[in-house]
Design a binder for this molecule. Structure first.
Ligand code: F6P
Length: 303
């Protein structure tokens, strides 16, 4: 069997670990492995390169993706080219790591090529999976920053807001808010009236002299909302944006175990000649077909 590995969409810490785990499991089965450079665009452009387990082990502890990645909006248009490229390279099975967009590309390919999908995005919004590769590391990066903000806030009390990544979802911001004991959470799924925001902030400042707001980058007009709040409270606000620093960094221990478990499950599935998704459910890796019902509801937890 010849396996091709590909990382797609936003890079996520732990992608490299998953690549190594896939190579490691493939080697045990005597399979050959190639990498596709630059994600789905590289698949369209036939950018294949052989991968050796020894080389990939050096990547495993690093953030980002050593294979490179890309965002391709019109992938279905290129399916015939991709299938031909895989044929030319004598690839028997493909493994795609990425978020929901990449999962759709994998599903589309799975009717033509043996395909596995692994959830890998810091946003943790992948359908049917409790966690995705990259999420835990991104959570921990934000926790470190929030702890730093609190050191300063204890010293000079003001209104503090920490903006996380997360795209147009609040999964990442909600976990950060829970983990740091934030006073207010702003997520795109639940826009808040200014009056409610003022009330929550007042309760916090009366207790602690400052308030810590955690917000997802997708919250509508976030900067204006924080400015309006500061004006209404007659105080100064300080907003910290983690930005893409949240996407990098050394993968945490949990991340590495998650990446390894999902990779092992994917290789098991492919060995049975089945296309599917290796997902994380109730603390373990499971193998589900692409066709099964998809959902991932955002549920607001009390702070
Ligand atoms: O999907 C992962 C993610 O990091 C989101 O959290 C963020 O909104 C987006 O990617 C940023 O994308 P890009 O790196 O293409 O600007």
């Amino acid at each position: 069997m010849k396996l091709a590995l590909l990382t797609s969409g936003g890079d996520a810490p732990g992608m490299n670990m998953a690549l190594w785990a896939l190579c490691h499991e493939a080697e045990k089965k005597g399979w050959q492995v190639v990498g596709v450079e630059e994600g789905l665009q590289g698949l369209i452009d036939a950018k294949f390169r052989p991968l050796q387990v020894r080389e990939v082990l050096r990547w495993a502890r690093r953030g980002g993706t050593e294979l490179g990645s890309s965002r391709v909006s019109n992938f279905p248009k290129h399916i015939e080219t991709v299938v031909q490229n895989l044929k030319n390279e004598a690839v028997d099975a493909l493994v795609i790591l990425g978020g929901n967009g990449s999962s759709q590309a994998a599903a589309a390919l799975s009717s033509k090529v043996l395909t596995a999908f692994l959830p890998a995005t810091i946003d943790n919004d992948v359908l049917d999976s409790d966690s995705s590769i990259g999420f835990d590391t991104a959570l921990n990066s934000a926790i470190r920053l929030a702890d730093g903000i609190r050191d300063s806030a204890d010293s000079i009390p003001r209104l503090f807001a920490l903006e996380t990544l997360g795209g147009d979802t609040g999964f990442l911001a909600q976990e950060v808010a829970q983990a740091v004991g934030a006073d207010v959470l702003l997520v795109p799924e639940y826009p808040m009236e200014l009056a409610e925001l003022i009330q929550l902030t007042k309760i916090a400042t009366e207790k602690n002299r400052y308030a810590l707001i955690v917000a997802s980058e997708g919250y509508p007009n976030l900067t204006d909302v924080i400015d309006d709040l500061a004006k209404a409270m007659n105080t100064r606000s300080r907003m910290s944006r983690i930005g893409h620093a949240q996407r990098g960094g050394t993968p945490t221990g949990f991340e590495r175990i998650l990446a390894r478990s999902l990779a092992t499950e994917a290789v098991k599935g492919l060995a049975k000649n089945e296309s599917g998704r290796a997902l994380w459910q109730a603390g373990k890796a499971v193998w589900l077909p692409f066709a099964e019902a998809h959902h991932k509801d955002f549920k607001l937890e009390p702070l």
